[in-house]
Design a protein around this ligand. Structure first.
Ligand SMILES: [Zn+2]
Length: 119
């Protein structure tokens, strides 16, 4: 989304700075600029979806190229980092996760306040 506005701003200021245009043209240019930026943004979203599909394939042992598996392994490493950060955060906040619903609960509680399961 940020890129969307950057592209829009850049293209728009370029268009505005060049020549004096008829106001109808300016509106049309703005509309088209927005349409291009929106289409580019949607393309980025689709690329992201492709990336997720490739990663899911990697996790379910679908064959992927070596180059892709390097990136998937990096993502695995980041997920492991996040788990570690979460554990540290839970220690600082003196909470643990409910094994049933994964809600944060106090270390001393005997029932989960969210799902009601006995711990
Ligand atoms: Zn729970």
């Amino acid at each position: 989304m940020e890129k969307f506005f950057q592209d829009f701003k850049r293209t728009f200021s370029k268009a505005a700075g060049k020549v004096v245009r008829k106001s109808g043209d300016v509106i049309e240019i703005s509309k088209l600029t927005l349409a291009i930026a929106a289409a580019n943004s949607e393309i980025e979203e689709e690329f992201e979806k492709i990336g997720r599909l490739v990663y899911e394939g990697y996790k379910s042992d679908s064959p992927v190229s070596e180059e892709i598996s390097v990136h998937c392994a990096l993502i695995d490493g980041k997920y492991a980092d996040i788990d570690e950060f979460k554990e540290k955060m839970h220690a600082v906040k003196a909470v643990r996760l409910c094994p049933f619903c994964k809600a944060e609960i106090s270390k001393e509680s005997t029932f989960c306040a969210k799902c009601g399961e006995k711990l």
